[in-house]
Design a protein around this ligand. Sequence first.
Ligand code: GLA
Length: 391
Amino acid sequence: MSSFAPLYVQVENSFQHHFSRKPLVVSSPGRVNLIGEHTDYNDGFVLPAAVDKAAYIALAPSGSTQGKWMSLDFPETVTVDFQNITTNSVRWANYILGIVDQAQKLGKPIPAFDCVVAGDVPMGSGMSSSAALESAVIFALNELYDLGLSRWEMALLAQRSENEFIGVKCGIMDMFASLHGKVNQVIRLDCRDLSFEYFPIELGAYKIVLFDTGVKHSLADSAYNTRRSECETGLHFFQKHYNPNFKALRDVPITMVQANRSRLPKEVFDRCLYVTEEIQRTLAACEDLKNGDLTAFGLKMYATHEGLRHLYQVSCPELDFLVDAVRDESSVLGARMMGGGFGGCTINLVHEDAIEGLQERLAKAYQETMGHKLGMYMVVTGDGAKVQALS
Ligand code: GLA
């Protein structure tokens, strides 16, 4: 088996080698998000696109009550007792276990299966490698066992798995994008009712470029949950003092937040201000895209970064360095940290003629100042979850 074969071929070959039968092979992609960060769990708007990097799963029923799971990226083989789905000490297996657990909770029988998984979404980069795997697993189970779930229901199930089984209180954006992505399209998703609209990516001479800090700080998951609860604290304040029918920070006007600076703990105020501003900014940014005003769009990306840095406080020195370093580059329309934060990538809109030179300058400065190697990905959009080959 050549390691240069596409990953869907590699997982299929590995499955056949270990289990001597043909599997179903499914992939589901990672995502980028142009704007609308930390708004999904506040019922706001986001603007993600699926990328051409994905998680892959080859699977088939095992015919017993146990399944054997393997990964091309990690050494362990995990044996799973399907009559007793619990968390495992092998981290990657939990993303699959959580999906099985949630499907069972929906009353869907999930006969034991063997599988081989792999992925090329860089882990810890902010491109949602875990949501890609979760989405691949539920999409595969839906095909294999005819669960009758829509993509919409699969996204919600994957989110519940991450929330309840993994323990990260993430929003819906990552799995939604992984399941609904389309080549050359961004998705404007209303996270309140999951209504969405595709927009063609029309960036002219500009490209979406990710610069990867190469760091992932360990506080990422716990700080994420803390931010979520700070937003809830803010919401409760506005429900109590203004309107018990407010369902999320989405319902609170920015002016109402501003008027309560002195009545709220500073951190709660800052979080609420960021979220309410970001929801408005995302809507305005979609208008910029529709009008072809990339300059205005780019400025909003910088504004988002400042909010994430100072008000929401989910950035880190490495991300700030990479955004500050491109701010005065005329070839860069906008830049900001992307995803949950505390490491991972910045997303940038860069003129195509300038990318190579910028990468060289930035890599040198980043190495000298931060002591890390700079990664770079040119974003190529991709389709959402799909069957790669039928057994
Ligand atoms: C992570 C979460 C998403 C979203 C982003 C921030 O990627 O999984 O639900 O909240 O952070 O926008």
